[in-house]
Design a protein around this ligand. Structure first.
Ligand code: LLP
Length: 463
């Protein structure tokens, strides 16, 4: 990781934006990502623009594998594609040999369209529809992670009708509080996800699954939350799951082949975030799980992880064009850009913090305290509060880093603002991943009324 410190011409020394992966400052002071100058990218693809660093994505995938390889532990890494899911992204994941965690018919369709090997797909979801399960069955995907009792019956019924047997895992709510934002914390007992461990629901579910010839029980899953910085929550989850595995083995004769500890490994967005580096955290996770299983004299099952954010967040940078500026004397200066909560709702949703830079003048003195606003009709439509930046003028390119995860995937068309394009950059080449939406795309699904002003229907207007 390169740290760019802006200290030119006696300006206050400030780091306006950490540079990750292949991002660097060119001689002319401009930011380049994957050896592509940001002004060129903005010119060619327009703004706002999501720029993805291909080399960094691929290297992070390798980072996840290394600790397992070093220790000779059987493993499986699945990329949780909810973080960023496009056909091109799925192609990369497939090429790198990872599994893919999908949670909807849409994600599954994207994966299958990309040519992803269905045997390496696992399906999650706390309310999988009949259609979603049917698509998964038809595609012969690798594993279905069952979330609840309704799903056991539904899946059994559908499999019986299809005459198929599939691998299943059970999602466990291990009762672990991951100490992250409550909206992205999932492992606590009071959660909509998974079978409650505490009250014995997991055992009950396992006993049911054992009776059904349509399902091959392969193991357990738990995901305790997202943006987690250390191993403690995982240690607790591993201990409870190991204990549960022992019970399932001895009491029900159900050995565990796969233990899936979910995703959730955190990243640095700003200097306030101090996560354990991925390789070290994965090593810690392996260790605590080994210890937990050894305590029950059990061999370690195949260990599975399903990271999303930590694979793509730092690999993504959003480029905006600076527009209006509003200075409120003695209060605050707003600099507005041509995007906002429609392409990045994370500040509005979670109070997320980001770093930014004036990307066409990275070496200019950072002596202007501004807040970066979006263009939506909402006061909460902000990208960064209180950033020390070089003076940004209309037409400048503003970069916000670490926007690769849950930005495009949670983007909206609020105010009928078209969603940005996404490009993949590496070695001086930029390839389109998602084309920019046009206003014509926005009305593609609208149905004009053919009979404006028509009389109400029969039966007094009730359908
Ligand atoms: N596995 C399961 C079952 C999950 O629910 C999730 C994320 C992951 C894996 C991947 O977690 P990650 O490694 O990305 O933390 N929209 C929120 C994040 C929601 C996470 C939902 N589940 C955000 O923008 O922070």
């Amino acid at each position: 990781m390169i740290k760019y410190i802006n200290s030119e011409k006696g300006a206050c020394e400030s780091v306006t934006m950490e540079l990750y992966g292949s991002s660097r400052v060119l001689e002319n002071g401009e930011l380049a990502i994957g050896e592509c100058a940001v002004t060129r990218l903005a010119q060619e693809f327009g703004t706002p623009l999501y720029v993805y660093d291909e080399v960094l994505i691929r290297s992070l995938m390798k980072t996840y594998r290394q600790p397992f390889e070093e220790r000779g532990v059987r493993y499986r890494i699945a990329y949780a594609c909810k973080a960023f899911c496009t056909v091109g992204m799925c192609q990369i994941v497939n090429e790198e040999g990872l599994w893919l965690d999908v949670v909807s018919a849409g994600e599954l369709h994207t994966a299958l369209t990309s040519g992803f090997d269905p045997k390496r797909i696992l399906l999650h979801g706390n309310n999988k529809t009949e259609e979603e399960l049917q698509s998964a069955i038809a595609a012969d995907i690798g594993t279905i992670v069952i979330d609840n009792f309704h799903e056991i019956e539904l899946l059994h019924d559908l499999l019986q009708r299809a005459g198929k047997v599939m691998d299943v895992m059970l999602r466990v709510a291990p009762g672990v509080d991951a100490h992250t934002h409550e909206f992205i914390s999932t492992g606590q007992q009071d959660s909509k996800f998974g079978f409650d461990l505490h009250s014995g629901q997991v055992e009950q579910a396992a006993a049911l699954v054992r009776e059904y010839r349509t399902m091959r029980f392969v193991g357990l899953h738990s995901h305790i939350g997202s943006q987690i910085f250390d191993v403690e929550g995982f240690r607790l989850a591993a201990e409870r799951l190991a204990q549960l595995c022992a019970v399932l083995h001895t009491k029900y004769g159900m050995p565990i082949d796969v233990l899936n500890l979910g995703g959730g490994l955190g990243i640095r967005y700003t200097a306030e975030d101090t996560p354990t580096p991925i390789a070290a955290l994965v090593r810690d996770m392996i260790e605590v799980t080994e210890t937990a299983f050894a305590a029950h004299n059990m061999a370690l099952p195949l260990l599975m992880l399903e990271p999303g954010r930590s694979i793509v967040a730092q690999a993504g940078t959003t480029l905006y064009r600076v527009g209006s500026r509003k200075e409120i004397p003695g209060v605050r200066t707003y600099v507005a850009v041509d995007g906002g909560m429609t392409d990045n709702p994370r500040l509005a949703l979670y109070g997320a913090k980001y770093e930014a830079a004036v990307a066409n003048r990275m070496r200019a003195p950072a002596n202007d305290l501004v807040s970066i606003a979006g263009k939506c009709c909402e006061s909460g439509d902000m990208l960064v509060w209180n950033a020390m930046l070089p003076h940004a003028n209309p037409g400048d390119i503003l970069a916000v880093s670490c926007t690769g995860a849950y930005n495009y995937s949670m983007a909206s068309n609020y105010n009928r603002i078209p969603r940005p394009a996404a490009v993949l950059v590496a070695h001086g080449r930029a390839r389109l991943l998602v084309r920019r939406e046009e206003v014509t795309d926005l009305i593609r699904l609208d149905v004009p009324l053919a009979d404006v002003g028509a009389e109400p229907g029969a039966n007094g207007g009730i359908l």
